[in-house]
Design a protein around this ligand. Structure first.
Ligand code: SF4
Length: 336
C-alpha cells in the first residue's frame, strides 16, 4: 500500500507513462485483456436529494422525470443478456416514493429469468431494506463516497456526511453484498492532497469494485459554471487505484467517454478492467442526465453496446460475458 505522500507524488509527477505501464502490468497479471461488461438499467431519475454536482438533484426543474415499470426494467435486463453482458446494475436516484417491495419483486423476477448477478445502486437506505433486497437475491451494491473530505462532502452533498456513508458501506459489506464505491476527481476546491487522501482511504476499504471519474459540470446545477475535472488526473487516479487494489474491479467510467471520444479506452490503458454501458431504453436514456454527455451514444441499445464492444476489440481487449466477481478481499472493515 502506498502512503498518501507517495500517491500525491505520483499524481503530481511530470510524466505518468511509467505509472500507466505499471498499472497495466498489475491489471494484466490478474485479469489479462478480459473486460467485464455490466449493463446499467437507469430505471428512475427521481431524487429526493440535492447534490450540487448532479443533474438529477431535486431542485433541477428543467429535467423531465421518469420511472420505468417492472416490465420495462425486465425487458432492459433481457436486452443486456442478449447483448452478452454478464451483470446488470439497477440504478436510480433516491426516489422518495420508492417502494422497497418494487425492487424486491423486480430482483426476484430477474433471478427467475436469468442467473446473472444483480447489482443495486440506489443510494442511502435503512439496514432492514438492504437486508430485504439481499434476501430477494441482490448480489452487489454500489454506494459512492465521492470524497472522504468532510468539508467538501458536506458542501456538495447537503445533509449528508462521510461518517454516514461509511457506516452504510460497512452495513452492506456485513450483509454479504459484494460492495463497491468510488470518487469524483476535480470537484471545485479539491486539491491534489485531498485526492491523494481520498485514494488512500478508498483503498483501505474491503471493496469488490472501485471507480473514479472526473467531475463534469451540469448546466442546470449550482456548479454549472465550474471547470471540468482534469482527465489526466482522473486517469492517474485510476492507475493508482489499480496498483493499490490488484484484484478489485475498476471500471473505465462513462464520464471519461463524455470528455474524450476514446475515454473508455484510455481508462483501460490506465489499468481499468470493466465497462458499464447503459441498457436504459432509448426513450428515456437522455433524461438520466447526471452530467452532460452521459448516455450520449446514438442508436438503439444493441447498436450502442455493439459499438462499444467493437471499440474494445479494436483497442486489443476482449469483451467478456463472465459474471466478473472480484477475488474475495479478506480484510475486515477498518475502524472508521
Ligand atoms: S448524486 Fe445521487 S443522491 Fe445526489 S442528487 Fe444525484 S442521484 Fe440524487
Amino acid at each position: 500500500m502506498m502512503t498518501p505522500q507517495e500517491i500525491l507524488e505520483a499524481l503530481e509527477a511530470e510524466n505518468a507513462q511509467s505509472l500507466f505501464v505499471h498499472a497495466r502490468l498489475v491489471r494484466d497479471s490478474v485479469f489479462g485483456k478480459e473486460v467485464f461488461q455490466r449493463g446499467v438499467v437507469e430505471f428512475s431519475n427521481n431524487c429526493r436529494k440535492n447534490c450540487h454536482y448532479c443533474g438529477l438533484r431535486c431542485s433541477n426543474a428543467n429535467l423531465e422525470r421518469f420511472a420505468l415499470t417492472k416490465d420495462e426494467i425486465l425487458s432492459a435486463v433481457n436486452m443486456a443478456v442478449e447483448c452478452g453482458l454478464g451483470t446488470v446494475v439497477l440504478q436510480s436516484g433516491e426516489d422518495a416514493d420508492l417502494d422497497p417491495r418494487f425492487i424486491g419483486d423486480t430482483i426476484e423476477c430477474i433471478k427467475e429469468l436469468t442467473d446473472i448477478p444483480v447489482t443495486l445502486c440506489l443510494g442511502d437506505h435503512d439496514r432492514d431494506i438492504y437486508k430485504y433486497w439481499r434476501a430477494c437475491g441482490a448480489d452487489r451494491y454500489l454506494l459512492k463516497m465521492e470524497t472522504f473530505d468532510r468539508e467538501l462532502h458536506a458542501r456538495f452533498r447537503p445533509g449528508q456526511s462521510v461518517a454516514g456513508r461509511l457506516s452504510r458501506l460497512e452495513m452492506l459489506c456485513n450483509l454479504g453484498y459484494e460492495t463497491g464505491s468510488g470518487l469524483i476527481t476535480g470537484l471545485p476546491g479539491m486539491t491534489p492532497e485531498i485526492l491523494a487522501h481520498d485514494l488512500y482511504r478508498l483503498s483501505e476499504l474491503p471493496l469488490g469494485m472501485i471507480a473514479v471519474g472526473p467531475f463534469i459540470p451540469h448546466p442546470d446545477t449550482s456548479l454549472g459554471r465550474s471547470r471540468s475535472g482534469c482527465v489526466e488526473e482522473s486517469l492517474r487516479a485510476t492507475a493508482l487505484l489499480r496498483i493499490m487494489n490488484q484484484g478489485v474491479n475498476i471500471p473505465a467510467t462513462s464520464a471519461l467517454d463524455a470528455l474524450l471520444p476514446n475515454g473508455r479506452e484510455q481508462g483501460l490503458e490506465a489499468g481499468a478492467n470493466v465497462v458499464m454501458p447503459s441498457v436504459t431504453p432509448e426513450s428515456v436514456r437522455y433524461e438520466y442526465s447526471i452530467y452532460p454527455g452521459k448516455n450520449s451514444s446514438a442508436g438503439t441499445v444493441p447498436e450502442s453496446v455493439s459499438n462499444l464492444q467493437q471499440r474494445l476489440k479494436a483497442a486489443g481487449y476482449q469483451p467478456s460475458s463472465a459474471r466478473g466477481g472480484s477475488p474475495d478481499r479478506a480484510a475486515k472493515f477498518k475502524d472508521i
